[in-house]
Design a protein around this ligand. Structure first.
Ligand SMILES: C[S@@+](CC[C@H](N)C(=O)[O-])C[C@H]1O[C@@H](n2cnc3c(N)ncnc32)[C@H](O)[C@@H]1O
Length: 160
């Protein structure tokens, strides 16, 4: 029921009203990329730079996703976020053209995930998730982790 409410919001003017808020998030770009560097360093050190399928959970405006794409140039990257304004902005800012942005709450049950994500079951080589889990309510985290475990081989998280 909660999910349905959220999807209704994506098609009404709420979406446009929130674009300035999403754009304001760009002010923190430098800091975010610097913070994401800790995970990115791990990915490099662990030798995951030649993987093929990557999922960025909670991509926001996609600026860090674009950095990830430069780091793993061969990868097809899927990037999801629960916030429709962020997904709109990510599509607007995308200069890489190898990233597929998907409006998605990672905490829904598996059968309610976007079919494109369900099709990635066991096919994701690497999940990137920077400063997102701390925004998810503790009661919703187990479902998020169940979804993640069906998707992926290796996952990297940071929490703020
Ligand atoms: C602090 S931002 C991190 C953005 C990005 N990972 C970065 O490093 O710049 C957290 C993002 O997680 C998203 N988010 C929060 N809960 C989510 C959920 N349940 N499913 C998907 N995305 C979620 C928010 O909309 C927000 O864009």
């Amino acid at each position: 029921m909660q999910l349905l409410t959220y999807r209704i919001q994506t098609t009404n003017p709420y979406r446009k009203e929130n674009l300035p808020r999403a754009k304001a998030y760009g002010k923190f770009k430098g800091q975010r990329i610097q913070d994401a560097g800790c995970i990115i360093d791990r990915i490099v050190n662990d030798g995951f730079t030649n993987v093929k399928t990557v999922l960025d959970i909670g991509c926001a405006d996609g600026l860090v996703t674009q950095e990830l794409s430069h780091l793993i140039p061969e990868a097809r990257i899927h990037a999801l976020d629960i916030d429709p304004a962020m997904i709109d902005l990510a599509n607007e800012l995308d200069k890489v053209d190898k990233i597929k942005y998907i409006l998605q709450d990672i905490t829904v049950v598996w059968d309610d995930l976007d079919p494109e994500l369900q099709a990635l079951e066991d096919k994701v080589d690497l999940i990137f998730c920077n400063y997102v889990m701390n925004w998810i309510k503790p009661k919703d985290r187990p479902q998020a982790m169940r979804n993640i475990s069906r998707l992926v081989f290796a996952a990297y998280f940071s929490v703020g």
